[in-house]
Design a protein around this ligand. Structure first.
Ligand code: NAD
Ligand code: TYD
Length: 351
């Protein structure tokens, strides 16, 4: 089988390829990625010599490029990760999110629908953020109403709707997964967990939006990748599966645990790291709480997450400490400019 993976040089896509390419020599994997700021081909150095893995640089907004790629490669399956993915960037500058996440998905769906061969499945990787915010109770199920808050989540919601519409109207064979927040190796250090790990190791401020009481439901990235593979193997066409690790944490709890692990691994005082926690201006439209009910995936496809939050977080902290060259390679001038703009308004310190 030939599997076209979009966005495979980003965080989740590269973990997916690193896990699945060596395990499935019987399949061909083609990674297409525009190589945007959050991508890094070094993430894939472990598999670049594999004969069942190939990379091609392609921006999904290039409609002719996407169509040519489909005709040339004739993939059987598409696993669509490619997207602009950072909520704060979407608030500052939404245009690229509309282009990549909506127009890019549209171009890919059209190439799939109009292909001269008959591909068998379009798997769309999406997020629980499409459902908007929960109050203190309840969890998202597959038919929770869509109510996105940010330009990022609205663009992902639009892409989910396109995929389902192409299914209903044109009979396009699709599956969708909506997953909670991921963490693990290769995550670009603009997202909460890698940013806090790096700041704690460097003893600089740990910026918490508002009071740090927002809740996210965390899943180790390999568990998400295994869930996607399980859906490819066992998921019913036309179905959506929620993916989550039953690991709800307030942001402050996450940061405290990071401080404890970093301190433990480096023989430092956890209290002095916790004192770096600084309240900064809250994110506009900041969703209070996400929580996933993954019963359908567990029941229908026999998927279970392997990592607990603590074991996954410890692996993640170790990975960032053990890979300073990777960290250095992603910290370009553009990254430093982003931090300077985003966190220019630090105002108080948590006690
Ligand atoms: P990421 O930003 O690390 O990687 C995205 C990749 O897509 C990058 O390599 C980027 O270069 C590529 N890309 C973006 N626009 C493109 C375009 N127009 N053409 C080709 N390539 C393009 O993001 P991630 O965290 O790996 O997320 C991957 C997918 O998983 C996204 O669709 C995201 O919505 C979804 N998701 C992420 C999380 C999470 O916690 N990170 C949770 C649930 C779902
Ligand atoms: P993030 O990693 O950006 O993921 P998402 O917004 O997609 O859930 O943020 C996770 C949570 O952490 C979210 O509630 C916002 C918060 N956060 C901070 O408090 N400080 C930060 O510097 C960042 C990046 C996020």
């Amino acid at each position: 089988m030939k599997i076209l993976v979009t966005g495979g040089a980003g965080f989740i896509g590269s973990n997916f390829l690193n896990l699945l390419v060596p395990r499935h020599p019987e399949h061909q994997f083609l990674n297409i990625d525009k190589l945007g700021y959050a991508s890094n081909l070094h993430n894939l150095s472990a598999i670049e010599g594999c004969s069942n893995y190939h990379f091609a640089r392609l921006d999904l907004t290039d409609v002719d490029g996407v169509n040519d790629c489909f005709e040339r490669e004739a993939p059987d399956v598409v696993v669509h990760f490619a997207a602009e993915s950072h909520v704060d960037r979407s608030i500052k500058s939404p245009t690229g999110f509309i282009q990549s996440n909506i127009v890019g998905t549209f171009n890919l769906l059209e190439a799939f629908r109009n292909a001269s061969h008959t591909p068998s499945r379009f798997h769309h990787v999406s997020t629980d953020e499409v459902y908007g915010s929960l109050g203190p109770e309840g969890r998202f199920v597959e038919d929770s109403p869509y109510d996105p808050s940010s330009p990022y989540s609205a663009s992902k919601a639009a892409s989910d709707h396109l995929v389902r519409a192409w299914g209903r109207t044109y009979g396009l064979p699709f599956t969708i997964t909506n997953c909670s927040n991921n963490y693990g190796p290769f995550q670009f250090p603009e997202k909460l967990i890698p940013l806090m790990i790096l700041n704690a190791t460097e003893h600089v401020a740990l910026p918490v939006y508002g009071q740090g009481l927002n809740v996210r439901d965390w899943l180790y990235v390999d568990d998400h990748c295994e869930a996607i593979w399980t859906v490819l193997e066992k998921g019913q066409l036309g179905e959506t599966y929620n993916v989550g690790g039953d690991s709800e944490k307030k942001n402050l709890e996450v940061i405290h645990e990071i401080c404890d692990i970093v301190a433990d691994l480096r023989g430092e005082d956890p209290e002095s790291l916790r004192q770096l926690i600084t309240s900064v201006t809250d994110r506009p439209g900041h969703d209070l709480r996400y929580a996933i009910d993954a019963t359908k995936l567990e029941r229908d496809c026999a998927w279970r997450p392997r990592e607990s939050f603590h074991s996954g977080l410890e692996k993640t902290v170790r990975w960032y400490l053990d890979n300073p060259a990777w960290v250095e390679s992603v910290r370009t001038g553009a990254y430093r400019d982003w931090l300077a703009t985003q966190y220019a308004t630090d105002r108080s310190t948590h006690d």
